[in-house]
Design a protein around this ligand. Structure first.
Ligand SMILES: Nc1nc2c(ncn2[C@@H]2O[C@H](COP(=O)(O)OP(=O)(O)OP(=O)(O)O)[C@@H](O)[C@H]2O)c(=O)[nH]1
Ligand SMILES: [Mg+2]
Length: 251
């Protein structure tokens, strides 16, 4: 039996309304789309960090390729993936850096955090150690990145409810204690909330760009800490909602 779940190859189109703002996010990721990209793209560097085996690679692969691989292939050093969407009138390209979970690797490659717009710090809900070790990852990020970086916390493998060792509230509290911008639990395996995670990132980056345009480039250093987190709570994609209702996943 193959370890690979071919997933759903359809492109996603999601609509959100947050306060009075409406966002339509269309995946713009296959070769035909890319050839048609004529407008300027906004390009952002995103980095995923966290212990080995928490599912960093799986989350990115689910987003970009729709595949899920049961087999564990530890990342060596880092890999870079690309993900492109159209949000309202803008095309946003994420350069997503998938890193290995070895903290020592980062001691000699501090430059890996250069130009990062969004850092996703990840743990696995069935592995208490991976959650406890977030303190080290959070410190590493703080020491090596600009204070303006958007910062998310992600608890992956939320399909493993019966093996849960970290409560959702603990993840939420860690996010609040560290003044991070967003927290979510995901399952790369069951394709739960992976799109929401990156849609939230895209909305925040889109809003940031709007702010910068309004300021005419004068004030490029936006203080992210002053910006509220956009909690995507009004998702119009009904299929997703129905899926969630029919699933025991507690995330
Ligand atoms: N049940 C479950 N298993 C998952 C999930 N995400 C990843 N896995 C499995 O967990 C193992 C590790 O996944 P990876 O994505 O390779 O983990 P990683 O964080 O990239 O690990 P390193 O590259 O070593 O840092 C693999 O066997 C995956 O199939 C998930 O959401 N649920
Ligand atoms: Mg990996």
């Amino acid at each position: 039996m193959s370890n690979i779940d071919n997933g759903n190859m359809e492109k996603s189109t999601n609509e959100y309304s947050i306060d009075s703002n409406k966002y339509k996010i269309i995946e713009y990721n296959n070769d035909d789309d890319i050839e048609n990209v004529k407008e300027d793209e906004l390009i952002y560097k995103v980095i995923l960090i966290g212990d080995p085996n928490v599912g960093k690679t799986s989350i990115i692969q689910k987003l970009v390729t729709k595949y899920f691989n049961q087999k564990y292939n530890s990342t060596i050093g880092f890999d870079i993936f690309f993900y492109r969407v159209k949000i309202n009138d803008k095309i946003i390209k994420l350069n997503i850096w998938d890193t290995c979970g070895i903290q020592d690797f980062f001691s000699c490659t501090k430059n890996i955090f250069t130009d990062v717009a969004l850092a996703i710090v990840s743990y696995s809900i069935d592995n208490r150690d991976s959650f406890e070790n977030l303190e080290g990852w959070i410190n590493k990020l703080k020491q090596n990145s600009s204070p303006n970086v958007l910062k998310f916390i992600v608890g992956n493998k939320c399909d493993l409810e019966d093996k849960r060792q970290v409560q959702k509230e603990e993840g939420e509290k860690l996010k609040n204690d560290n003044n991070y911008n967003f927290f979510i639990e995901t399952s790369a395996k069951d394709d739960k909330f992976v799109t929401e995670l990156f849609d939230n990132a895209i909305v925040q980056l889109f809003e940031l760009n709007k702010l910068m345009e309004e300021k005419d480039g004068d004030e490029l250093k936006i203080d992210f800490k002053r910006r509220k987190s956009f909690v995507i709570n009004d998702k119009i994609n009904k299929n997703e909602k129905e899926n969630n209702n029919n699933n025991n996943c507690n995330c």
